[in-house]
Every structure is written in C-alpha cells, then in structure tokens.
Design a protein around this ligand. Structure first.
Ligand SMILES: NC(=O)c1ccc[n+]([C@@H]2O[C@H](COP(=O)([O-])OP(=O)(O)OC[C@H]3O[C@@H](n4cnc5c(N)ncnc54)[C@H](O)[C@@H]3O)[C@@H](O)[C@H]2O)c1
Length: 143
C-alpha cells in the first residue's frame, strides 16, 4: 500500500510543491493548512486546486489545536511527516507576535508531540543518524 505522508502547510508555497512531488512518486498525501490571510488566500486556494488528485486529501485545521492534531494522527496513521506549516516573515513578527508563537512554537510542539505519542513514528528518532533516510530523495541526486 502507498505510504501516507502528512504535509503541514500544504497550501503554502513549498508545501504545495512538495505535495505534488510526493503524489508524482506514488505517495498518499494528507495536507493540512489553516488558510490564514497573512498573504492572499486565493493563492493558497489555487494551490489546493493544483493538488486535486485521488491520493490527496486536505483538512483545514490549525497546528496549534492540540486535540485536532492528536485526532488526525490517531485516525490517519501516517508513515511520515513533512512539516512546512509556519508563520514566515520577519517584519510581521513585530505586528503580530502571537501568530508566531501559535504556529511556530505551539504548532511545532504539537507536531513533535504527535510524532512522539504514536508508536508508528518511532522511525522519526532516526532523523540525522548516518545512513538512515526517512524518505527516498524527492528530487536531484542522492548525496
Ligand atoms: N519560501 C522560502 O524561500 C523559504 C526559505 C527558507 C525556509 N522557508 C521555510 O519553509 C516553510 C514554508 O515556507 P513557505 O514559503 O511555503 O511559506 P508559506 O507561508 O507559503 O506556507 C506556510 C503555510 O503554512 C500555513 N500555516 C501557517 N500557520 C499555520 C497553522 N498554525 N496551522 C496550519 N497551517 C498554518 C499557512 O497558511 C501557509 O499556507 C517556513 O517554515 C519557511 O520559513 C521558506
């Protein structure tokens, strides 16, 4: 059965492209994004249209919602997680620092906690170990 990968920030610039590559390689992809209005939401909606594919499903949800994240991980039993959902932009951090705490600190912690809670993510601890790859290379030559 195709490996199922969670891509956070799937409606974002990088998350969309990574999801498309994963789909082209036969993975099943679950994308999540809160579709916030930090920049034009229509750009994110257009990316989701590009992701329409039988192996892609999307949940509009917030990384900072610990209960929803736990439910998602329990339900979907991912084989891997690519975390690209984040609040970017240095200047905006002065206008809306809470958005950074919610997405980049609380949201990231929730991703890590979900990976830790569910036994199927044991491989995640192997990140960074020499000779161990969580994914096949998505593009380019293998280093
Ligand atoms: N674009 C670049 O050139 C670049 C370079 C280096 C690093 N990065 C990093 O890569 C990551 C993705 O960047 P990007 O350019 O795709 O940004 P992006 O803003 O286009 O995508 C991020 C996505 O995350 C979503 N998101 C934000 N907070 C969320 C939350 N709380 N819950 C759910 N979804 C949420 C946004 O709606 C957005 O669609 C970021 O961490 C960024 O700092 C980007």
């Amino acid at each position: 059965m195709a490996k199922k990968i969670l891509v956070t920030g799937a409606a974002g610039f990088i998350g969309c492209e990574v999801s498309l590559i994963l789909l082209s390689k036969g993975y099943t992809v679950v994308g999540i994004d809160n579709m916030n209005s930090y920049y034009q939401v229509s750009l994110k909606e257009d990316r989701l249209k590009r992701l329409e594919h039988p192996q892609f499903s999307f949940c509009k949800m917030d990384l900072a919602d610990a209960a929803a994240m736990t439910d998602l991980f329990a339900r979907e039993k991912f084989d891997g997680v690519i975390h690209l959902g984040a609040q970017a932009g240095v200047r905006y951090s002065l206008q809306n620092p809470q958005a950074y705490v919610d997405s980049n600190i609380t949201g990231f912690l929730n991703v890590l906690e979900c990976c830790r809670k569910f036994p199927q993510y044991q491989d995640a601890v192997q990140y960074g170990r020499p000779g161990v790859q969580a994914f096949e290379p998505l593009c380019g030559d293998q280093a």
